[in-house]
Design a protein around this ligand. Structure first.
Ligand SMILES: [Zn+2]
Length: 258
């Protein structure tokens, strides 16, 4: 037996023990099915640096967040009519949930990020080091809310896409109207704006069609809503976030067609 086998066995045993413990401790909590890993049971609440608590946010097995689960469902829907096996993808800020899937499904896979270690290309999204029309598909989940010149980033994404290219560019939608911040807020993971329901309209300057998939398009059992008290904003950590009534918020993923 190798050390890595033993280490892996130990990690798996610990994970299964922790899942069992969590399930027992949260027996009466609402149960969901994770579309990323298949886990069924209670999900973990997450306390955020923004001052709020997101209920049922994280899958206890694969640690996916709401946005990852919705993205997985949208990708499954998309790939019913799209054959990636001949296509080339640029995966920006690659989430571990999708890296392997994209590597298997697509003919060519390129990961990129400005800060992240272990990517194929370290680069700035506002200045991509690729020729025009290099990629068939671009995925960049929760990236644009970190980029001050998002119009330049969108123009770069559009430039490196081939005719008939597709981009998936979700950001967190946190109000009606988008609010630009004077500087990045460290309590919001360095977001430079609070995107509102009008944010995806910006994509129409670069793409002919922007189709939005929302939490309402799929079964509630997947836990793809944001359960969060957003009436607490504005608060000290987030002085520019607007208050929003309700405790169950819709998430939205835009699929952009060249
Ligand atoms: Zn999961």
């Amino acid at each position: 037996m190798t050390v890595s086998f033993l280490e892996n066995f130990k990690q798996q045993t610990e994970l299964e023990f922790n899942i069992l413990k969590f399930r027992i401790e949260n027996f009466s909590k609402q149960k969901f099915k994770c579309p990323v890993c298949g886990y069924y049971g209670p999900f973990r609440d997450l306390a955020m640096s923004t001052g709020s608590t997101a209920k049922h946010e994280r899958c206890i097995r694969c640690r996916s967040w709401t946005r990852h689960r919705l993205q997985k469902l949208v990708l499954d829907e998309l790939f019913k009519d799209y054959d990636p096996s001949t296509k080339k993808i640029l995966h920006f800020a690659p989430e571990r949930f999708f890296r392997k899937t994209f590597q298997i499904l697509f003919k060519e896979y390129v990961s990129a990020d400005l800060m992240m270690e272990g990517v194929d290309v370290k680069c700035d999204m506002t200045n991509l080091p690729f020729e025009d029309a290099t990629f068939d598909f671009v995925a960049a989940c929760h990236v644009l809310e970190h980029i001050t010149d998002d119009y330049k980033a969108l123009s770069e994404i559009r430039r490196v896409l081939k005719p008939n290219g597709i981009a998936i560019l979700p950001v967190p939608i946190l109000g009606k109207k988008t609010i630009e911040y004077p500087e990045a807020n460290p309590n919001e993971w360095d977001h430079v704006r609070c995107p509102g329901e009008d944010y995806y309209d910006r994509y129409l300057d670069f793409f002919s069609v922007v189709k939005q998939y929302t939490s309402q398009d799929f079964s509630d059992v997947n836990q793809i809503f944001i359960y969060e008290d957003r009436t607490i904003w504005p608060n000290e950590p987030c002085p520019l976030r607007p208050p929003t009534p309700g405790e169950k918020h819709t998430d939205a993923i835009p699929v952009c067609y060249v």
